[in-house]
Ligand binder design. Structure first.
Ligand code: ADP
Ligand code: ASP
Ligand code: MG
Length: 409
């Protein structure tokens, strides 16, 4: 008998028909004799609807109250799924995050899981019950409801699987696995049979929303056997692996994109030691995440500094920088919100050279101007104007032959 944690995302529980279909799948797994824990998201569109309501009432709504509100989306689906399971003759119980002691820190809106006391879940499993848990939520030390950030139900599922020592964690979604690029943008993207944990971590952190980054971090830390599958059709999905493959790896495994980028340039700032820290320190203090940074070689004792921030933080960053610019003697601060980051990822990059030049040549061939570049051992990212994003992704997918299986690349 195996212990399986299954997670169903928003589209997979987006209607009464879909919830019934999920219940049928759970019955099927249970009939195999497996112990089942099922984590569900809110019905698709519900979290956005609730956030919209909060914004209409108070654009600066208190984050504690926003969490009380948005966590209700998942409470609806756990109850409905349990009812559907009862109707199929299964003993099932639904629980909110707090009820199964998913303890988090108190950073409302993007809380981190600190610990899980799984005693209650284990008790139910021993009684033969299917345990249905609300994704995306927990409670802090004082019992306040918290949420784990967009896409956080993935993290609930993987963390639960880690706590329970589950035999497998299955993330059911609206695509049948992890692809070489977002299949909505690249029609001939290829599903991967398996992907290394390291690559999945990069793809998720660079924007591939098929798995929330924190779920991948958890999976790596506890070596959770993790698979991404479709809730709409049968198939093997994509397995996340932890072993270094002995086979030669392709140069590039996948492409990720993130359209949530804004670029800021501070022009003609006196080029003195400490200038970067004076500019970026206050931004960091405001909890704004600066991503790529370039400082140009100075002329006449002045220099330009360019960096990217999440688009939703552009206004706040500009306000901070306008003040600093005057203080530090810079000429002007220019913000541009229409940026996108595109990244190619592959562990094979370690043993292949020429990836960057191939990437830049392919983009140049389409007349796409690269604005910022950053590299690490297994990825290269570029920032381009957002209007070129889809073209850039398709161009790179083709240039690196990603629709062909690794052996043919
Ligand atoms: P769920 O609601 O089930 O959590 P998400 O919308 O969060 O689903 O994630 C699934 C989506 O992720 C897919 O519909 C797809 O558009 C997108 N996606 C982005 N990059 C990839 C990729 N490399 N492979 C598969 N899906 C991807
Ligand atoms: N319902 C939440 C969201 O839309 C969490 C999730 O679906 O994973 O982000
Ligand atoms: Mg998701």
């Amino acid at each position: 008998m195996a212990l399986i944690v299954e997670k169903y995302g928003g589209t997979s529980v987006g209607s009464v028909e879909r919830i019934n279909a999920v219940a049928d799948k759970v019955v099927h797994s249970r009939n195999n004799g497996d112990e089942m824990v099922v984590v569900v998201s809110a019905m698709s569109g519900e979290t956005n609807r609730l956030l919209g309501l909060a914004g209409d009432i108070n654009p600066e709504a208190d984050s504690r109250e926003v969490d009380v509100l948005v966590s209700t989306g998942e409470q609806v689906t756990i109850a409905l799924l349990s009812m559907a399971l009862h109707r199929r003759g299964l003993d099932a119980r639904s629980y909110t995050g707090g009820q199964v002691h998913i303890r988090t820190d108190n950073t409302h809106g993007r809380a981190r899981i600190v610990e899980i006391d799984d005693a209650r879940v284990r008790r139910d499993l021993r009684k033969g019950r299917v345990v249905v848990i609300a994704g995306f939520q927990g409670v802090d030390e004082e019992g306040n409801i918290t949420t784990l950030g967009r896409g956080g139900s993935d993290t609930t599922a993987v963390a639960m699987a880690a706590a329970l020592g589950a035999d497998e964690c299955r993330i059911y979604t609206d695509v049948d696995g992890v692809y070489t690029a977002d299949p909505r943008i690249v029609p001939d993207a290829r599903r991967m049979e398996q992907i290394t944990f390291e690559e999945m971590l990069e793809l998720s952190s660079l924007g591939a929303k098929v798995l929330q980054i924190r779920s991948v971090e958890f999976a790596g830390k506890y070596k959770v056997p993790l698979r991404v599958l479709s809730s709409f059709e049968e198939g093997p999905g994509t397995l996340i692996t932890y072993e270094e493959s002995k086979m030669e790896q392709p140069m590039i495994s996948g492409i990720a994109h993130n359209a949530d980028e804004a670029k800021i340039t501070v022009r003609d700032i006196p080029d003195r030691p400490g200038i970067a820290s004076k500019l970026l320190g206050p931004i960091a203090d405001a909890h704004i995440n600066v991503d790529m940074i370039i400082q140009n070689v100075g002329t006449d004792g002045n220099t330009d500094m360019t960096f990217t921030v999440p688009r939703s933080d552009l206004v706040a960053s500009m306000e901070l920088l306008q003040e600093l610019a005057v203080e530090l003697g810079a000429k002007e601060v220019v913000g541009d919100e229409g940026m996108a980051k595109i990244s190619v990822v592959g562990v094979g990059m370690r043993s292949h050279s020429g990836v960057a030049s191939k990437m830049f040549a392919a983009l140049a061939g389409e007349g796409i101007n690269i604005q910022l570049i950053s590299t690490s051992e297994i990825k290269i990212s570029v920032v381009v104007e957002e209007k070129y994003m889809e073209l850039a992704i398709r161009t790179l997918h083709k240039a690196f032959n990603l629709s062909e299986a690794a052996a043919e690349q």
